[in-house]
Design a protein around this ligand. Structure first.
Ligand SMILES: Nc1nc2c(ncn2[C@@H]2O[C@H](COP(=O)(O)OP(=O)(O)OP(=O)(O)O)[C@@H](O)[C@H]2O)c(=O)[nH]1
Ligand SMILES: [Mg+2]
Length: 176
C-alpha cells in the first residue's frame, strides 16, 4: 500500500473542509469553530486548525487528506500542514471579491517545485459568469501552468477528479 499526503489550501469558504467531507471514507476529524470574522465571510463555521480524512484509490493508494484553515491569520500553520505533501489542491472561490488575488496568494503560499499543484475553482454555480479564462490568462502571464478545473466541493466526483489529477501528475514525476 502506498501512502500519500494531499493538502487542501485556499481561501475562507472556498470549500476545503467540504471537499474532504465529500470524499473521506473515515469520519473526518475537523476543527470547526464559530466564525468571528464576518467581514471576511458570512458563513457560520470556519476551520481553526486542521481537517483530516482518508481515501483509498484502486485498493492500493491510501491518501491522507489534510485541510488547512483559510483565514490569513492562520497562515503561520500552512507550511507545517503542507510539509511533506506530494500534492496540494488550491481551491479558489469564484464568487469571492477578487479570486485572482486569492489565486496569487494561495499559490505563493502552497506552490513549490517538490509537489504537484492543482487548482479547483469552486462556486461557479453562484452568479452567471463561470468562465475559467481569466485564471488561464493569469497563469500564462505569471508563467504558471497548473491544471485547473471548475468544481463543486459538494460533489464527490468533482473532488475525486482533483485527487486523481494529483495522482496522475505524481506518477509522471515518479516514473520518468
Ligand atoms: N454553491 C456552492 N457551494 C459550495 C461549493 N463548494 C463548497 N460549497 C459550500 O461552501 C461552504 C463553505 O465551505 P467550507 O468547506 O466550510 O470552506 P473552507 O474552505 O473549509 O473554509 P475555511 O475553513 O473557513 O477556510 C459550505 O457550505 C460548502 O458546502 C460550490 O461549488 N458551490
Ligand atoms: Mg474549513
Amino acid at each position: 500500500m502506498q501512502r500519500y499526503k494531499i493538502v487542501f489550501g485556499g481561501g475562507m469558504g472556498a470549500g476545503k473542509s467540504q471537499a474532504i467531507q465529500s470524499i473521506s471514507e473515515i469520519t473526518v476529524f475537523a476543527t470547526e469553530a464559530l466564525n468571528t470574522d464576518e467581514v471576511a465571510h458570512s458563513k457560520m463555521l470556519t476551520t481553526v486548525g486542521i481537517d483530516y480524512g482518508e481515501i483509498t484509490i484502486d485498493d492500493q493508494i491510501k491518501i491522507g487528506l489534510y485541510g488547512t484553515p483559510g483565514q490569513r491569520r492562520f497562515s503561520f500553520m500552512w507550511p507545517s500542514i503542507a510539509h511533506g505533501a506530494l500534492g496540494v489542491i488550491v481551491l479558489i472561490d469564484h464568487s469571492a471579491q477578487d479570486p485572482l488575488a486569492d489565486l496569487e496568494m494561495y499559490l505563493n503560499a502552497f506552490g513549490g517545485d517538490d509537489r504537484a499543484v492543482i487548482i479547483g475553482v469552486t462556486h461557479v454555480d453562484v452568479g452567471n459568469n463561470c468562465s475559467l479564462k481569466p485564471y488561464r490568462e493569469w497563469q500564462t502571464k505569471n508563467n504558471r501552468e497548473y491544471p485547473i478545473f471548475a468544481v463543486d466541493a459538494r460533489k464527490r466526483s468533482d473532488v475525486l477528479l482533483l485527487i486523481e489529477t494529483v495522482i496522475a501528475s505524481l506518477e509522471v514525476q515518479l516514473f520518468v
